[in-house]
Design a protein around this ligand. Structure first.
Ligand SMILES: Nc1nc2c(ncn2[C@@H]2O[C@H](COP(=O)(O)OP(=O)(O)O)[C@@H](O)[C@H]2O)c(=O)[nH]1
Ligand SMILES: [Mg+2]
Length: 367
């Protein structure tokens, strides 16, 4: 029986996983292949899922727990995708604060589902904004040493590292980052990409074709530090509805919420790992993102649309108390809506610190 290719793409929060997955998915679709995508989050209401669905992809979502701790949730979603239209490739995005993916996802899948899936080499994206400081071991990298520990462990288990966002970097900055990666993880192939422009994405496709002894970098991981590092992040998913008597800009709504959050979090010196919003009105979508305190908020998907009603989802992962994070979101939404002469009704808000990871499987020996 033909096996589907299972393609995990890892990396820290805001590294560019969803953007790269969307690019790879388009390439595979253009080749005539059936594509499935699996997203993952600790809670429901995930911007990534809506964004990928808006591009017409088949997306399955594991919500409420990470794959590593809910391996059966992952295989159930894989089965659903298969029953809809058997995909040739399945692109899979683990939660950006998770690590130990090789032992808890790649190896169990290889061992238990060998007849169904061929697991490709595991690529992990390096996020330059935080990565430069963390790999230089700077004392103020934006996150605590425990969160920086997770960031480094994610890269350590990669079969290849994807040095992303080269469109934003000078050539010497790219070289410096490649040197830092080579110093910290000797011998690991590094691919330089821009998921935004598409540069280097063909090189990723080539590596994914390779067969060999991949998925072998199993981590020596201290789960106490890992759990504490993850729990330092406040997590929030909110859904809300915005209405106004006169049309307002869907793009301004999505971007201004993120901008205002960036400003207010800066007053608390709370480092954002990733803030994102999606504004949805009919089949129109606007997506805004912020990936660190020292980079600007961007409108990554423009709708150029004016509307009187929009559904909005806000996802925030920030080094701050989750209760306080709720206040920042509510204030940013309220002030943004006032400026657009609109009102917001919050439908659902979940905010929490991720719990201690307890993997379903952890396979340490070679598969
Ligand atoms: N300039 C630039 N922006 C990127 C690139 N890759 C991703 N982004 C942006 O970075 C933000 C976070 O990307 P996303 O794919 O959601 O990250 P994820 O959290 O790892 O899934 C979005 O605004 C993307 O548009 C890139 O190569 N260059
Ligand atoms: Mg994502």
């Amino acid at each position: 029986m033909r096996r589907a290719r299972f393609i995990p793409i890892g990396g820290f929060l805001g590294a560019g996983k969803t953007t790269l997955i969307a690019r790879l998915a388009r390439k595979y679709r253009d080749q005539g292949l059936g594509v499935g995508i699996v997203t993952n989050d600790q809670a429901t209401d995930l911007v990534d899922t809506h964004m990928l669905q808006s591009e017409g992809f088949e997306v399955g979502e594991v919500a409420g727990s990470c794959f590593c701790c809910n391996f059966d949730g992952l295989t159930a979603v894989l089965a659903q995708l298969e029953s809809r239209r058997k995909p040739d490739v399945v692109l899979v995005e683990p939660v950006g604060s998770c690590t130990d993916i090789v032992a808890t996802v790649v190896r169990p899948l290889r061992r238990l589902y060998e007849d169904k899936f061929e697991v490709t080499p595991y690529g992990v994206i390096l996020k330059p904004s935080h990565g430069r400081k963390i790999l230089r071991n700077e004392p103020r990298a934006g996150f605590s040493p425990k969160a920086a520990y997770i960031f480094k462990k994610q890269l350590e288990e990669a079969d290849f590292v994807i040095l992303n966002r080269i469109d934003e970097l000078q050539p010497e900055e790219v070289d410096e980052l490649a040197g830092l990666i080579a110093g910290a993880f000797p011998g690991v192939p590094v691919v330089r990409t821009s998921a935004k422009t598409g540069a280097g994405v063909d090189a990723v496709l080539e590596i994914l074709e390779q067969q060999g002894d991949f998925g072998r970098r199993v981590l020596d991981l201290d789960y106490d530090i890992y759990a504490e590092g993850e729990a330092e992040l406040g997590w929030l998913n909110s859904s809300l509805r915005v209405t106004a008597p006169e049309p307002f800009s869907l793009d301004s709504l999505s971007l201004d919420i993120v901008r205002r959050m960036q400003q207010s979090l800066a007053t608390r010196a709370a480092e954002p790992a990733h803030l994102k919003t999606i504004g949805m009105s009919g089949d129109r979508h606007a997506v805004a993102n912020l990936v660190s305190s020292d980079t600007p908020a961007v409108l990554s998907l423009a709708s150029d649309f004016q509307t009187r009603q929009a559904d909005v989802i806000v996802n925030a992962r920030v080094a701050i108390d989750p209760t306080e994070l709720v206040e920042h979101v509510q204030t940013a939404v309220r002030v943004t809506c006032q400026s657009l002469n609109a009102t917001a009704e919050f439908l659902q808000t979940r905010s929490f610190r991720p719990g201690r990871p307890t993997p379903t499987y952890r396979i340490m020996d070679a598969v």
